[in-house]
Design a protein around this ligand. Structure first.
Ligand SMILES: [Fe+2]
Length: 148
């Protein structure tokens, strides 16, 4: 899948253009490179390989938040259907989140003490939520859900 990739931090713009400024690291538009294969997609979505199952994020919405009682829904994300390794030489570096293709958050992961998972506390009630994780060996992957 096509995207505009920030050479400084790996952020991928998915709205069809490079931003004036990277929303993650502040790099200028000139730091972005258009790539046809910026994000990997499964060859056959109905018949995922083990590699694809380890890298495509699983997204779960939890309607009742344990921290913020009103106006919050939690989004739980893990890699993946088969758990991805978190070892020094092979791990998930970060997970970027978008709402309606606009960047909303990056969760940075390290392999030393963390599992390949995170949670967001969303005040948004609707829209399309996209999660794009980056594996240090296998690149960027994607999954999306409609919030409602
Ligand atoms: Fe990987």
């Amino acid at each position: 899948m096509k995207g505009y990739v920030c050479k400084m931090c790996g952020y991928i713009s998915i709205d069809g253009a490079a931003p004036d400024k990277c929303p993650v690291c502040g790099a200028p538009k000139s730091a972005f490179q258009e790539k046809e294969d910026a994000i990997k997609l499964p060859n056959d979505p109905k018949n995922l390989t083990d590699l694809e199952k380890k890298h495509i994020p699983v997204i779960k919405v939890v309607k009742v938040c344990g921290l913020i009682p009103d106006g919050c829904q939690d989004v739980h994300v893990k890699l993946g259907e088969i758990q991805h390794p978190m070892q020094e030489d092979h791990y998930i570096m970060h997970i970027d989140f978008y709402l309606d293709k606009k960047f909303i958050s990056r969760v940075i992961l390290t392999p030393f003490a963390l599992n390949p998972a995170c949670a967001l506390h969303l005040k948004a009630k609707s829209g399309k939520l996209t999660a794009i994780p980056l594996c240090n060996l296998h690149g960027a992957w994607i999954n999306e859900i409609d919030l409602s």
